[in-house]
Design a protein. Structure first.
Lengths: 345, 345
């Protein structure tokens, strides 16, 4: 049942009859590209009649003509990760102004579900995609490139050159974390890393290694554990693995805030206090990170801006398909809260 | 630039040429409603060729024919309120299985923006709406009814009868909170209420009043303050107003978790401890409520289920427009954490 079922739709023919002109004249007036072909007087009459009769353009018929659907598909890996809501909001804010609608697809980090969503987006002929689900090597992204689909990667990038993306500067972010910890006297710093097949997990780990090197510290493989997903559970599992080695450490750099929460859980379960026994740092500064117990020291990524910039670049690409790809790295900011403290020697 | 621009689209004509039949035969085979008009053998050949050539149905042309867009519009008031992401996820889970896509619109609680979004949804001829932005008296909802638009209200209901909705049983939820507090010895219980023009704010306040009555306690107007929105800021403002009366109270019932966080902020700013000096209870059990400082006692609303049930009812309505409206109230659950404690006398 279409949304206007109970009232019959006003057609160009109805307007034409009302004004006393040919339907093709009405069509010319209502199409911005041909309006100037009709005299000002007639154009006004037609517009007035269209308004009074409650005419609404038929989006399907228009899309068939213009080959534009004015919809954008957005793929996110996990809607309940609080980091993604601000990104969608940022995208929606920009697109709404431009008359575009956003179709959201939640892939739950499942590759087949992502593929099914891209197929669905194609059937709907969306004008472009914002992809926040990319792996560093991503078949779907390669496929979109091959097909000439306008798209922008958000948050997660791939190893391809020539693909537009908007991400946070992960390496710089984690290097700021490392300087902060080193200044507090930490020398034995563990890393609870995110999946290495994702740019976020990979680059943040690179930042950790570079931060160690810069401080003249060596990386201890026992103090590294990789989670299979950016979740609280995987953060906890990784922290537990590091604790099981019984190696000394005084701080954990977690690859995102959810994983940092998992570290909180595991430390508490083992009777360790944060930050008294172990400092913990996250990444993202997701909503409410300041309300955690203890309030989480983290790296603030401008999530709203990531979404807004991705939408802007995508709109440019849709208008001008031959523009070169743009890779935007937004500068993150270290937010020091109560989960980090000086080492007590 | 439509999504398939760089490759030319496979048409019915291409398939017909490949198989050696007339295009109308191909059309009959690919339309489930007419497939039985063609012999099994030909149907198989056509389906195989369509698959091999990479044929994709043109959604616009199909929609023009079937008058179905297979999209659902979802209106949420605030994407960054963590309670709404699980609702959208619940909707998406159900709709994805049924081949529908979700268009999300964020209204930021602005009435004109909601109206603009409904207009946009109509232009796109969405098959139905899930509305999570309704006021108790809502012109847009009345308008959708008058137009015969299939829609379901989620989370927030209106005073109209005969409108389908899926909400949490707010009154029962807050009455459980009140019993819990009374059992802990609280007698002077303040209420930081949400906006009374929203069913959630109104019903939760009714639950507070009924809970007081049930315990034989009187409502003190000085211990009531209404926020203008369900936000941390408004929760803080309301708490500050109650504190300014200098009336004694030992507990605050906040109308949602964000407002409860605002109470935390204001209590801390005034040097008061939660729960030692004042117990605080929220509502929603939004993600991370267990990680707040202190972990928040709250009412768990099955948000994923609210979304999923709303989607199911909407699909039924789209299939059978003359089904009677269904108002579903899901049973909430009290989650006792560390923000409530016995009164120290």
């Amino acid at each position: 049942m279409p949304i206007q079922n109970s009232k019959s739709r006003v057609t160009l023919r109805d307007i034409a009859r009302h004004v006393g002109v040919h339907p093709s004249t009405v069509s010319r007036v209502l199409n911005p590209g041909t309006r100037q072909m009709v005299t000002e007087e007639i154009a006004k009459k037609v517009t007035k009649a269209a308004h009074e009769l409650g005419y609404r353009p038929n989006a399907f018929a228009q899309s068939l003509k213009t080959n534009r659907s004015c919809t954008i598909g957005v793929m996110v890996p996990d809607l309940t990760n609080a980091a993604f809501a601000p990104i969608i909001k940022g995208i929606d804010n920009v697109l709404e102004e431009s008359g575009y609608s956003v179709i959201v697809a939640n892939t739950d980090n499942v590759a087949e579900r992502a593929k099914r969503n891209v197929d669905k987006f194609r059937e709907r002929q969306v004008d472009g995609l914002v992809i926040a689900t990319a792996r560093r090597q991503d078949e779907l992204v390669a496929d979109c490139r091959a097909e000439g689909t306008p798209f922008v990667l958000a948050v997660r990038s791939t190893t391809d050159i020539g693909v537009s993306s908007v991400v946070s500067d992960e390496v710089i972010g984690v290097k700021m974390v490392m300087s902060h910890l080193v200044q507090l006297g930490h020398r034995d710093i563990a890393c609870v890393a995110g999946p290495q097949f994702l740019s976020t997990g990979f680059e943040r780990y690179q930042g950790y290694l570079q931060g160690l090197a810069q401080a003249g510290l060596e990386a201890d493989p026992d103090l590294f554990a990789e989670g299979e997903a950016f979740t609280e559970e995987e953060g906890r599992r990784a922290a537990s693995k590091i604790l099981a080695t019984r190696k000394k450490f005084t701080a954990i750099v977690a690859s995102n805030d959810l994983m940092a929460l998992g570290c909180y859980d595991e430390l508490m379960a083992k009777g360790l206090k944060c930050p008294d026994d172990v400092s913990v740092v996250g990444f993202d500064d997701m909503p409410f990170a300041s309300h955690f117990n203890p309030p989480l020291t983290t790296v603030h990524t401008p999530l709203l801006d990531v979404g807004a910039e991705a939408a802007r670049i995508l709109l440019e690409q849709i208008e001008e398909p031959y523009l070169p790809a743009r890779a935007l790295k937004l500068r993150p900011e270290l937010i020091v809260r109560a989960s980090t403290a000086p080492v007590v020697s």
